[in-house]
Ligand binder design. Structure first.
Ligand code: MSP
Length: 500
């Protein structure tokens, strides 16, 4: 039994969460993407990768302006307060991000400017009809809650995401010539099917692109709360051009420091942008096109997961049907929430969130399942061997089935993690927990302990040694999912240092 093998020269892995709107505090739905990415980051580190894990806050736009107005404070005060809440929550949840970006920071503004100036510079060499950025009049309907163009005509329309009336917008904007990228995007999806995952999402995006792309506005005159357009400060950047660039500014793009430059050179392009399904178009259509226009390398993969539903509806602040992580974590601990979200929701699909199901899972798998097995095994090792069960010679008295299940679990975890099938990985680990449980029940160490036959004493040692080794193995495999309890188990098994 050995842990996942580490590659010799450390390869890099760069993953991101979306940057969260800083107009309200995070709920379980928003914590979901961050928890998922934390599991991946921890797993990749254990596999020997040098991981950069970026998260952050999206702090511009009209909904921030409005939320601040409603509270009688400035937008800056609002985003400062909310950004602190996000940071505190990630700390409470034990999230191991390496970088955090705020779109109101100076380094981010510099990156957005640099990206657009680079594109404009490249445009100089392009014929007019192929210039990526141009100025024109925009009239259309726009949902300020979802930051979504609902229609490009002035007639009244409802937002397809939230159903509310979309607002009329009429002004001169800078446009990005998205229509010119249809062919290149389709080629990208064809040559790199892994670019959009899961597969059914790629098919949706492909159909959308095949049906024709409209150019998109990337600046606003009516909004004040944003990054000014270089050389034309009446305009501020429209939220998606601004927001998406955070994936580069967050790891040093446009920074003047040598260290950041090296960091960007090392980690860009991102290996994985993990997002929720409602923002896939921005990531899988706009973002590669923006980068193509700037002749920069494209991210390797966009993975769109489903929504956490509360009574069959998307959990969201605006609908008021939210659960918050803090009280759950206070009562049951971080691992319970992580375990539940990863075990219960089939990753990629929508999943229902229920407090009852969370408690049931916690009791069945963590408290009674792994917790109980660990306590019983450790108590017997203490009682019968004063806490120090002797190692047994390879092959003697060992239960090969336990070893086989352990090897199978290791292999299955590797396979499932490669496709981000978290529930599959967790189930494979818990099969090992079940196998050890059964092994103990069948070999009845408490009976062996009553015997005066020296062979039985050897057998007793073998049973507890095998169970202890299997638990050590479980604590490694399960560590990315339940880092706190596996570390405790690791310590109680007498192992030194950190699991990972
Ligand atoms: N600011 C943009 C993203 C810009 S990325 C360059 C945004 N922010 S958000 O706060 O609305 O959403 C951030 C993430 O939280 C998205 O991936 C979204 O899917 C996720 N979730 C918010 N509510 C959710 C659920 N109820 N369930 C699962 N994920 C959810 O979009």
């Amino acid at each position: 039994m050995s842990p996942p093998s580490a590659p010799k020269d450390k390869p890099k892995f760069y993953l991101t969460t979306p940057i969260y709107y800083a107009n309200s505090r995070p709920h379980v739905g928003s914590a979901y993407t961050t928890i998922v990415c934390d599991v991946i980051a921890r797993y990749k580190r254990m596999c020997g990768y040098d991981v950069a894990y970026l998260t952050g806050t999206d702090e511009h736009g009209v909904n921030i302006e409005r939320a601040a107005e409603a509270k009688g404070i400035t937008p800056q005060q609002l985003v400062d307060a909310n950004e602190a809440i996000f940071r505190d929550l990630w700390k409470l949840l034990g999230i191991t991000h390496t970088d955090f970006i705020r779109t109101t920071s100076a380094e981010h503004a510099r990156a957005v400017e640099k990206l657009v100036l680079r594109t404009l510079e490249l445009d100089r060499g392009r014929p007019d009809a192929e210039k990526a950025i141009y100025k024109a009049k925009y009239e259309g309907r726009y949902c300020i809650y979802d930051n979504l163009y609902v229609s490009d005509t002035p007639e009244p329309a409802n937002c397809p995401t939230c159903g509310r009336d979309a607002e009329l917008i009429s002004e001169e904007n800078y446009f990005f010539r998205l229509s010119a990228y249809q062919g290149k995007l389709l080629e990208l999806y064809k040559n790199h099917p892994e670019f959009i995952q899961p597969d059914f999402r790629r098919n949706e995006v492909r159909s959308f692109v095949e049906s024709g792309l409209k150019d998109v506005s990337i600046s606003r005159k009516t909004i004040k709360w944003g990054i000014p357009w270089p050389g034309d400060p009446e305009h501020v950047f429209y939220v998606w051009y601004d927001a998406l660039t955070s994936y580069m500014s967050g790891i040093g793009y446009a920074s003047e420091s040598k260290k950041d430059e090296e960091k960007f050179a090392k980690f860009w392009p991102a290996d994985l942008h993990m997002i929720g399904k409602e923002i896939i178009r921005f990531h899988a259509v706009y973002w590669p096109a923006f980068l193509m226009a700037a002749e920069l390398p494209l991210p390797k993969q966009i993975f769109a997961h489903g929504w956490l539903l509360f009574e069959q509806e998307k959990m969201s602040k605006s609908k008021g049907n939210v659960a918050y992580p803090e009280p759950i974590v206070k009562v049951l601990g971080n691992d319970a929430l992580r375990y539940y979200l990863l075990r219960e929701v089939v990753f990629g699909q929508d999943g229902n969130f229920s407090r009852e199901a969370l408690i049931t899972r916690y009791n069945a798998d963590l408290a009674n399942g792994l917790g109980n097995l660990a306590s019983r095994t450790l108590a017997m090792i203490e009682k019968y061997f004063a806490g120090d069960v002797p190692a047994i010679p390879e092959g003697s008295h060992q239960k090969v089935e336990v070893q086989q299940v352990a090897s199978a679990a290791l292999q299955a975890v590797g396979q499932h993690m490669a496709s981000y099938n978290f529930s599959g990985a967790v189930q494979a680990i818990w099969q090992l927990v079940g196998a050890v449980d059964q092994y103990i029940a069948e070999s009845k160490p408490w009976k062996l302990a009553e015997s005066s036959d020296p062979e039985d004493r050897k057998k007793l040692g073998a049973v507890l040694w095998t169970a202890g080794q299997a638990l050590r193995f479980v604590s490694i495999l399960a560590h990315p999912f339940i880092p706190e309890s596996t570390q405790q188990l690791w310590d109680r098994l007498g192992q030194s240092g950190r699991v990972a």
